[in-house]
Write a protein that binds this ligand. Structure first.
Ligand SMILES: [Zn+2]
Ligand SMILES: [Zn+2]
Length: 255
């Protein structure tokens, strides 16, 4: 399956974009950089966005992508997430105050967005992929996604998480797992902040990967805070019993 990195950081500068990934051309995972990283035609080619949780760094470009699509006459964008995540988007984001309620405009019969609720743990079909949402451990309800292509390739996306259990238990049963996109946000000296905010440090990543127990599996790291990028990269370079690499902006991978 083709993965394109639109945004892979836990903060934003002209050289860093927040979390957003493309699987093929139609399906995005998170929306932190959908307009920052995609030309108009590609924004309009999207069909659905899997939203891991409602934090702004994962949803903010929903505002601008929908606006652009409506003006371009594109079909409704399907926003896929758990009931809790969609509830936050309805109440606090597309609420007619912070941003227009695009589930009702331009018209209720032809809106800019359609919400699709995703159940937990059950495989569902989205844009030709099989998607399973699993709860991880963050400060608000957050999902990891296990995504399988029509060709049978599987990748996992951790979402924002601190130390967690269910994800690793579920991935242990995946025979044909191509890669795991795993968050790492803070260096060790910020361990307290990482713990308070539900994120991982390099040592915590090492401990999480021991739970998975597949040292050869490609682990693609993302969500590094720009302020701590060098430090986190250096600390991760000391982890030897794992196949780690950092995702790069605008990178294309075949998983
Ligand atoms: Zn978050
Ligand atoms: Zn985040």
């Amino acid at each position: 399956m083709d993965l394109h990195v639109l945004g892979c950081h836990g903060g934003e500068t002209p050289r860093h974009r927040t979390s957003a990934f493309l699987l093929g051309r139609k399906l995005a995972i998170d929306a932190g950089a959908l307009t920052a990283g995609l030309m108009l035609a590609d924004q309009c080619a999207l069909e659905a966005v899997l939203v891991s949780h409602a934090h702004l760094d994962h949803v903010k470009d929903l505002a601008t992508v929908v606006d652009n699509r409506v003006q371009s006459g594109a079909p409704p964008l399907v926003i896929v997430g758990t009931k809790a995540t969609l509830g936050v988007l309805r109440k606090h984001f597309f609420n007619g105050l912070l941003w227009p309620d695009f589930s009702q405009i331009p018209s209720p019969s032809a809106p800019g967005i359609v919400y699709r609720e995703l159940g937990l743990e059950v495989p569902e079909q989205v844009c030709g992929f099989t998607v399973r949402a699993l709860l991880v451990s963050h400060t608000i309800e957050t999902c990891a996604f296990v995504v399988t292509s029509e060709e049978g390739r599987t990748m996992a996306y951790s979402g924002d998480t601190g130390p967690t259990e269910r994800l690793w238990e579920a991935l242990a049963a995946e025979q044909d797992l191509a890669a795991v996109l795993l968050e790492v946000s803070f260096p060790e000296k910020e361990r307290k902040l990482a713990t308070q905010s539900g994120h991982l440090t390099p040592q915590l990543v090492e401990a999480e990967l021991k739970k998975l127990g597949r040292p050869e599996l490609p682990i693609l790291l993302y969500h590094v805070k720009p302020v701590f990028q060098r430090e986190v990269e250096l600390e991760c370079a000391r982890i030897t019993e794992a196949n780690l690499s950092f995702l790069q902006l605008d990178e294309d991978l075949v998983l």
